[in-house]
Structures are given as C-alpha cells and as structure tokens.
Ligand binder design. Sequence first.
Ligand code: IMP
Ligand code: MG
Length: 191
Amino acid sequence: MHGPTRHDDIESILYTEEQIAARVNELGAQIAADYADAIERGEEVVLVGLLKGSVMFMADLSRAVKIPVRMDYMAVSSYGNGVKSSGMVRVLKDLSDDIAGCHVLIVEDIIDSGLTLKYIQKNLLSRGPRSVEIVSLLRKDISDQADIACRYLGFVCPDEFLVGYGLDYAERYRNLAEVCVLKPEVYASLL
Ligand code: IMP
Ligand code: MG
C-alpha cells in the first residue's frame, strides 16, 4: 500500500479490497434476487453508472449481479476540484439510450450531501422509467444529508474525505484498490 510516491497522502485504509469485494457480492446477490421477477416478465434492467467515481463499483457490481442488465453511464459535475458539493449539478454526458419502460438502478460511489442524487433521480424519473432505485457503495454518516432513499447500500462511512476504488481528490487516487482516508492537510488549503 505505501508506495514511494503519492501514498504518503493516505491517512489510513477504511475498507480493504477483500471487504469491498465481499460487500459488493452481497449487494449483487440481493439485487439479482429483487429483479428476478422483472427479468422473468421480460422487463429490462439498466444499471446507470455515474462517471467517473462509480467506475470500479459498476465494473464489480455488474459482474456480481447475475441477471441480464444493460449498462449505461451519465457524467455530472457538482464538485469541481474542491471537496464540498455546490448543489449545482451540471450534466457533462447524458445516457446513450432511452430508459422509458425500464427498471433503472443508479450506481453511485458515495452519498455526501445527497444533492447530486436528488438531481439525477428527478432527471431520470422524468424519462418514463418503470422504476428508479439507487445503489451506493458508501453513504456518509452526516446529519444534514438530503433525504435519499438508497435501496442498496454498501457501507455507512465516517464524515472524512475518502479516495480510492474510483473516488478521487482532484482526479487523483481513483486507482487505489482500497477505500482510504485522505490526509486532511492534502485538501485543507481548499476548504
Ligand atoms: P453529494 O452531492 O454531496 O452527495 O456528492 C456526491 C458526489 O461527490 C459523489 O458522487 C462523489 O463523486 C463526490 N464525493 C462526495 N464525498 C466524497 C469523498 O469523500 N471523496 C471523493 N468524492 C466524494
Ligand atoms: Mg460521483
């Protein structure tokens, strides 16, 4: 873990590769069971990954969900290079395909203020899907979070700035295999 370069910025490992893999497999099994009847009826299930943070989670979860699904992606921006959500959500890349009549499962990396998901959920609901649910790997344990019904959740995590397994700080650390706590002094100047 502690390589010679950037890993000096890491305070600690919060979730190991093994812990993440075990939880993702559980979520996958739960999702597959919940959507089995829909698949049986010939209805389509679409995983909508939110770029770029959910890329690792999407890749692993989609393989743990042993039912046929479509995969699509949306990119939105709410943070810029900072660490606090602005509440302003900009769509940088829309879905490639129509989701009307489909069961949509939004795949998110982490819920912090919840403002991003509030926006996306409303946006996707306006397109006539059969259902819209949320799966998030992480949810920060904070009091002033938007009221988001997250049906599938990996871990409730402490209110720290996390990186790795897709999560970035200023586009760095996404390729760490673990979810890690970033040293506060790395981003303190931007708070
Ligand atoms: P929210 O709108 O405040 O819920 O922010 C959600 C988005 O902010 C997530 O999709 C992440 O991309 C990013 N984010 C929130 N907390 C963290 C963190 O601790 N590390 C890295 N990215 C985060
Ligand atoms: Mg994100």
